[in-house]
Design a protein around this ligand. Structure first.
Ligand code: SAH
Length: 401
């Protein structure tokens, strides 16, 4: 199939040329000269050239929160067609064969956007079902070739999709079914032997964030035995389930969203854990902290995994501005020698800056601490050296001394 939309030629500003030649994949307003008053159609193939008109790379136009499109090929001539897409997908699959053969883990990321050579598209695997996410209308113009390649390369049971077209990555609500057959939901998948109830056709989120796999395992295997655990911003309670299975005395899950109660009950139940022996609280975390201080509660393990940005009735939380204060609240209800797992998916600051927030929080409370371990994205969330910004995940295990 020929991809519709003509190729247009755009020039890079000279400042960025060497970066682009080395493989930097993101096209944005600053690094490429766009024609004035001319709208570019989503999905248009872009040939990037230098000031002399010499080829630099080829990509496509697709507006998303991160930029205006992605470069895909640094070879000339090389067309962006079905064969190109098939090969990228095949390479991604080959790098993850060990996941397909792992019976203890049946959910992982199969294709990670520019990390696997095609920015704006991700594919996750859930026990034979595939979830394709399109991060721009431009990315979606490649749908036919992507889905066809996926069908040829895998023994899929079914394929679902999420259109995250809005520039802030917002999800378009519709029937997400694409091909194959529809399972009855929840679909039960496994992660290191633990079950997750997954919903592929029920809004923007499916029930679990796959990028925290290693962190969940560490919490279960080394930090939970005999501990009182507080899991804040708990969503479906995935961390609580791992903590309970790791031998936690009790877990407390706190999330503002009403859905979190039934979802958390479900995640405990599919793992044979009596949810009534756990605490599940639907409340603003900041309000809960005040309550915990008043009641003199304290925990051995406190998990912090807030969204990068959230607005509730009383609070606006921005990780970049407020993480330090969030940590201070957590520190005050953590036992001495207890552990705080501080996590953020905020891409506007790096690990160094994140550790700066941690340092400041402890210093302001005159407490000392020790960093026990650090995590970034796991291997299936592949990133490339030329675009390290894509490694948004930062998780630090901190011991309060
Ligand atoms: N830790 C979770 C993922 C967190 S997603 C996991 O591992 O699965 C972020 C969650 O924060 C959402 O479920 C959202 O409802 C919740 N949230 C956002 N603001 C909040 C607040 N002020 N208090 C409590 N929960 C909040």
């Amino acid at each position: 199939m020929i991809h519709l939309g003509k190729e247009i030629q755009l020039e890079t500003t000279s400042k960025y040329i060497s970066q682009f030649r080395k493989g930097f994949p993101l096209i944005n307003k600053e690094n490429v000269i766009f024609p004035h008053n001319e709208e570019i159609k989503e999905g248009t193939i872009i040939k990037l050239v230098d000031s002399k008109g010499l080829f630099v790379a080829r990509g496509y136009y697709g507006k998303q929160n991160k930029g205006l499109g992605w470069l895909l090929s640094w070879k000339e001539p090389e067309e962006i067609n079905k064969e190109f897409i098939y090969k990228k997908l095949q390479a991604a699959i080959n790098q993850r064969l060990h996941f397909f053969y792992n019976e203890e883990t049946t959910a992982f990321r199969l294709f990670n956007s520019e990390g696997d050579g095609f920015g704006g598209i991700t594919i996750d695997y859930f026990d034979g079902y595939y979830l394709v996410q399109w991060y721009s209308k431009g990315a979606y113009t490649f749908k036919e070739d992507v889905i066809q390649s996926l069908k040829e390369l895998t023994d899929y049971k079914g394929i679902y999709q999420k259109k995250r077209f809005a520039e802030d990555g917002k999800y378009v609500e519709e029937d997400d079914f694409v091909d194959g057959h529809r399972p009855t939901f929840p679909l039960l998948v496994k992660e290191n032997g633990v079950q997750f109830a997954i919903y592929l056709n029920d809004g923007a989120m499916v029930g679990v964030f796959l990028d925290q796999r290693e962190v969940r395992k560490r919490i279960r295997d080394s930090y939970s035995e005999g501990k009182q655990v507080l899991n804040t911003f708990s969503y479906t309670g995935a961390f609580s389930v791992f903590a309970a299975l790791g031998g936690a005395t009790e877990t407390t899950s706190v999330d503002l969203a009403n859905r979190s109660l039934s979802k958390t009950i479900e995640q405990f139940s599919v793992n044979g854990i009596d949810y009534e022996a756990q605490k599940i609280i639907v409340e603003d975390v900041f309000k809960y902290f005040k309550y915990a201080v008043k009641k003199e509660l304290s925990f051995d393990l406190v998990i912090l995994d807030p969204p990068s940005f959230a607005r509730s009735k009383k609070h606006t939380f921005s990780a970049a501005k407020d993480y330090k204060d969030l940590l201070k609240e957590a520190i005050s209800i953590t036992e001495d020698k207890g552990v705080i797992v501080a996590s953020t998916n905020c891409s506007t600051f790096n690990m160094k800056k994140f550790k700066g927030f941690i340092d400041k929080a402890f210093n302001e409370l005159n407490k000392s601490y020790k960093i026990l371990e650090e995590h970034t994205l796991p291997e299936d969330f592949k990133t490339i050296n030329q675009y390290k910004q894509a490694d948004y995940l930062k998780v630090v295990f901190i011991k309060k001394m």
